[in-house]
Design a protein around this ligand. Structure first.
Ligand code: AMP
Length: 808
């Protein structure tokens, strides 16, 4: 039996003169203003307490600056959402989104997102535009607000913002909703488009010729939904309208085409039934419009419903020609009626029905004109915003350069460099001072991590938390995706499938380096240093060789004892530090290269957590070179180049995995016997925004003197920015770490210099050629690492090859 029912969930309208006008109904609903309470903002997940849902308020942020989902908890983060409960139905015409800026410390945003909405919290509808597109273009940076007109608007109580992301992207959002409350008495009537299976109160009526549309670029007949009598043998189309609650209805208006020249006519008859409590009431209302065989104009047909009470209305529209085409249906109701006991006898038996063929609520030309004006205004506003943005950007850079980067800076720096007195800063008493610190403390430290020792190095430990300005970008200099630690974990995951990326324990992986080593078999010898997570100890490990892979040949084995370095997580470490410690373990366990420090085993079954790595007898390269210089004078150039080549080789390996280290420097390279170099310290390559939390919680320190201009200004960390850092590392090596890079510049000046790299007007200051460095190495290698265009920087493969040549 061919019988089609169209069921529409319709929201209602009441009997006042005003009409919800999408152009006017654009009031912020209270994410920024605070009218929306914290408890009404929820999320599928959040990365940490400080990025919980309640921080997803546009222009406010709070906490760590935005809501950030824990995308690790769900593959690809596809189902993550930030939900706003408006407590009552709202007509929502516009949404605004913003990323996590956190005063320049954050750079995560959603480039794309979707919206879902619901009226009851259980039935969710995906918003889509008039072309069926669900994905909305979101933000391009972390700070600008991007507004999106919801065309069509929605009526909902609950709205979900769902970032669309791939697994390598970290997103954070702040949002606002704009519209007005959907109140009884607020509107006279609204129109329900049949285009969507859900109601669409879009206020767009079809034109007289249904083959044309008010919307540009859509298909003929777009504004209408139509039925052919061939598929409705009963001769009518039945529609059921569900309302939010029981109301008494005064009328229904149907906007319909009457293009009889094309076989389309106003319906011959409509019969409406009313369901108020538990049954269809007797006494349906029937109305027959006067046939119009003269005018082909589209029109509203008004059906008086005689104040009938109902929560659901069922109407049967009878064909009078081959086609029936509707573009909108609107209901008018009186104030809400909650007493559903009104019997049918109370309804007028013969309601007054009105055919209203001339009732064209809106003149289509006017609407088009208004549309054009709005478009022109929008374009002009966009141009103004772009111009303002450019000005702000210019100003920022101007400011950056004003203080120092005058024309004579290069000369001054060069002169000062010549006058550098030898200064072993790591041994000097002021080694922890800001100007001498290896890392620049941009933000105050808090107690999450303990203050590291400043004796051995100048704040070396903050390498780990010297986190990045912003989120990782997804492509390296070669356009290939690159991976932070989370990514490499998933990279590896795909090969063995055994590791949960987000949950680092228990260690069930097959990696031998992840094997639990009995603590009691470690005996403490001396403290080697202190890192972000805790102290590093030299220990003797008994029976360690049983734990080692065959390919390992580390340390000094005397009988059954092996010297190892044990990195500890301090016992008062917070959850973030603990997770990062475990992540560093996870990363290291996956890296196998002669120039990458090797993880041997772990002690993680009980606290405190320890990681056992191979012992590198000569400590870190920075100390080593300084010490060597002190004790024995300069090393041969060939030795220095061979050490640089080993670093390049280790980096070549990392880049083959698309792994970005982010903190390459001599302080993060360890020296073993015979000048063997291994790259260490993968703490910083932690997921970027994770690292941001350290910063926001007060631990932020950035290795700005090693960072590329785009890492500082744009928060972009790529293989090419590692190459930049390699150039600085090479410079350190060839100057025997006698001084800090750009030691004559304050932190601010270094950042200003970064602005000059960006501007590329020839005012940028390069590190000078080290005395022992041949011109060719300086010009062809070192300077090429600092090319403004990341794509023009050499790859680690090329660097490695070039350095090998240098050794002969
Ligand atoms: P980290 O926490 O990795 O920055 O380590 C702090 C310091 O401990 C380093 O600067 C080194 O001097 C020392 N250290 C770390 N790991 C080792 C190791 N495997 N062998 C020797 N010394 C190490």
């Amino acid at each position: 039996m061919e019988f089609k029912v169209i069921r529409l969930f319709v929201l209602l309208a009441a009997t006042v003169k005003a009409q919800v006008n999408p152009e006017v109904c654009r009031y912020p609903l209270g994410m920024t203003g605070g009218q929306i309470q914290d408890e009404d903002i929820s999320a599928s997940s959040y990365w940490s307490e400080s990025t919980a849902a309640k921080f997803g308020r546009l222009d406010i942020g709070g906490g760590d600056g935005a809501w950030c989902p824990d995308i690790m908890s769900e593959p690809h983060g596809l189902k993550e959402y930030l939900q706003v409960d408006l407590r009552s139905l709202h007509f929502i015409t516009l949404v605004g989104t913003q990323g996590r800026h956190a005063d320049g410390m954050g750079n995560e945003f959603a480039q794309k997102y979707r919206i879902k909405y619901s009226r009851d919290g259980s039935n969710w509808v995906s918003w889509q535009d008039r072309k069926g597109q669900q994905v909305i273009e979101g933000n391009r940076n972390a700070y600008d607000v991007v507004l999106k007109d919801l065309e069509p608007p929605i009526i909902a109580r609950y709205v979900r913002f769902m970032p669309v992301t791939d697994h390598s992207m970290i997103v954070c959002m702040r949002v606002e909703l704009y519209g007005c409350e959907w109140l009884d008495g607020l509107v006279s009537y609204r129109f329900v488009s049949f285009f969507s299976s859900d109601d669409l109160t879009d206020g767009t009526w079809g034109l007289d010729d249904f083959l044309h549309s008010q919307i540009y670029g859509v298909w003929p007949g777009y504004d209408y939904v139509g039925w052919s009598n061939r598929t409705f043998p009963k001769g009518y189309v039945e529609m059921i309208f569900d309302f939010d609650h029981v109301r008494n209805f005064t009328s229904m208006k149907v906007h319909t085409s009457n293009m009889f020249s094309r076989g389309v006519r106003v319906f011959r008859q409509v019969t409406c039934f009313f369901w108020s409590d538990s049954e269809w009431e007797p006494g349906p209302i029937t109305f027959r419009p006067t046939p119009d065989r003269v005018s082909q104009r589209a029109r509203f047909v008004t059906v008086t419903l005689g104040d009938r009470t109902a929560k659901t209305i069922k109407c049967r529209f009878h064909f009078s020609d081959v086609w029936m085409l509707f573009s909108e249906v609107a209901f008018q109701s009186g104030s809400a009626v909650y007493n559903t006991s009104m019997g049918p006898g109370k309804h007028p038996k013969n309601p007054l029905t009105v055919d209203d063929p001339t009732h064209k609520v809106d003149d289509s030309n006017t609407r088009i004109l208004i549309g054009c004006l709005v478009a022109v205004i929008a374009i002009l506003s966009a141009i103004i915003v772009i111009m303002l943005w450019r000005q702000v950007w210019q100003k920022m850079l101007e400011k950056a350069s004003r203080r120092l980067l005058d024309d004579d800076l290069t000369a001054r720096l060069a002169i000062q460099n010549r006058a550098f007195a030898f200064r072993h800063s790591s041994l000097s008493s002021d080694s922890g001072s800001t100007s001498n610190s290896t890392y620049e403390r941009i933000y105050p430290l808090c107690a999450d991590y303990q203050e590291p020792s400043r004796l051995i190095r100048k704040l070396p430990e903050f390498a780990h938390s010297a986190e990045n300005l912003s989120k990782p970008h997804t492509s390296g200099s070669d356009g290939a995706p690159h991976y932070a630690e989370a990514d490499i974990i998933s990279l590896q995951e795909s090969s063995d499938g055994s590791i949960a990326a987000a949950n680092m324990t228990p260690f069930t992986g097959t990696d031998s380096s992840l094997r639990e080593f009995p603590r009691e078999k470690l005996s403490f010898k001396e403290k080697l240093g202190e890192g972000q997570f805790g102290e590093v100890h030299l220990c003797e490990a008994e029976g360690m060789q049983d734990f080692l892979d065959e390919d390992l040949s580390v340390g000094e084995i005397s009988e059954s004892l092996l010297l190892v370095a044990v990195k500890t997580l301090r016992e008062d470490a917070n959850k973030n530090a603990r997770n990062d410690f475990l992540k560093e373990i996870r990363i290291m366990s996956r890296l196998r290269d002669p120039n990458i420090v090797r993880l041997l085993a772990v002690c993680v079954d009980t606290d405190p957590l320890w990681m056992i790595t191979e012992y590198m007898e000569n400590g870190d390269l920075n100390q080593f070179l300084t010490k060597i210089f002190f004790l024995f004078g300069a090393l041969s150039y060939t030795k220095l180049i061979s050490m640089a080549a080993q670093i390049a080789s280790g980096m070549k390996y990392l880049s083959s995995l698309n792994f970005v280290h982010r903190d390459l420097a001599t302080r993060n390279c360890l020296v073993g016997k015979n000048y063997t170099i291994r790259i260490a310290d993968f703490g910083m390559s932690r997921n970027l925004y994770k690292g941001d939390y350290y910063r926001i919680q007060g631990r932020a320190v950035l290795p700005i003197r090693w960072m590329s201009w785009e890492s500082i200004l744009l928060g972009k960390f790529t293989m090419a920015s590692d190459v930049w850092a390699f150039g600085v590392t090479l410079w350190e090596i060839l100057t025997l770490c006698k001084e800090q890079p750009y030691s004559q510049l304050s932190d601010e000046q270094v950042i200003e210099n970064t602005g000059e790299f960006f501007r590329d007007k020839g005012k940028q200051v390069y590190l000078p050629k080290p005395p022992c460095c041949p011109d060719s190495v300086y010009n062809d290698l070192m300077l090429s690492c600092w090319r403004r265009n990341a794509k023009q920087r050499p790859s680690f493969q090329e660097i490695h090859a070039q350095l090998l040549l240098q050794q002969f």
